[in-house]
Design a protein around this ligand. Sequence first.
Ligand code: SAH
Length: 363
Amino acid sequence: MNVVNRIKEISLSESPTLDDILFLLSLHDQSSLEILRNAAFNLTTQMTGNQVWFRGIIELSNICRCDCNYCGIRKSNKAVPRYQLTKEEIVSAAMWAAQAGYGSCVLQSGERKDPWYTDFIEECLIAIKQQSTSTCMPHGLGITLSLGEQTPETYVRWHKAGAHRYLLRMETTHPPLFSSLHPAQQTFENRIESLHHLKKAGYLVGTGVMIGLPGQTPENLAHDILFFKNEDIDMIGMGPYLVAENTPMKKMGMMGKEELLELSLKMIAVTRLICKNINIASTTALQALEPTGREKGIRYGANILMPNLTPRKYRSYYQLYDHKPCIDEGREACRLCIRQRVTSTGRSIGTYDYGDARRPDHA
Ligand code: SAH
């Protein structure tokens, strides 16, 4: 069977196999990659329309209780000055997004579990919802949280306060690899349980993995995609693993940039073909590999972008990995740059709406 027919057959299959996914991930020559890209782009149009949706990201604090071996803001990294945005700074960034027509914002931070923090996030959510409700957005700005593992009670409280999506990456769905990335107290089982708690609390649930981790195999990545499908995940945020200063994993190095970009784009395309009507982000980390990395993500089947809304003075303190792009650009510059990136792909920009691929009450 030729490549076109095999891709078509796999994308129509109700139960794609690990071998099917491995076949797609193994495509490498230019013409096969172009066929894969086209199939993913066209399926995206069919499933989620021609629009790309913006989630303005507010990196509200780099204070973290975790010590993930890959992460530039891990607790043990004493070289990074720690910061915490005030409620006013957070709400004002969110209001900027609402006025720019973004439709949604993401609140992301290091992981904190202290009661002060739980209350603080709840207050921010209530304030953002109240202030952003308008005739253009009758339900206010859509809010995604990306605040790490919390208790089931906290998930419920934050959902009631107005957040309707939660992003918690698995990082990898291969348990031994997961263990090699994290200290012993962070377990694979807890991570999966958290995803289930989030679904139960009523969120649209997002997850994702890092691509090109030291020791990661194509089989691991194929399993990751099957996991997204089997767990009925609503949104995916995934990107290349990039080394970060002052981390235990830095000495292990990383994949060559070209190969890593190709693999990351293939992961987006194959996830689209297998998971169909979900939202997939073209992450900033892609742009760290190549200046046009995020546009390429859209061309390979992503339909979400996350422009940075963090006040400029804090941006350099939120470097999860080295050479993070856009750390000295203001919000307006980011908006214009990203708008241009989207239109160059032939897509249009969705505004004043959540842009959920699936509704929170989907069966
Ligand atoms: N504390 C939150 C947010 C973490 S930062 C949480 O635990 O969910 C968001 C994501 O950045 C992480 O989930 C991880 O996948 C990614 N990340 C961290 N370090 C990275 C690195 N060195 N290279 C690529 N991605 C990285």
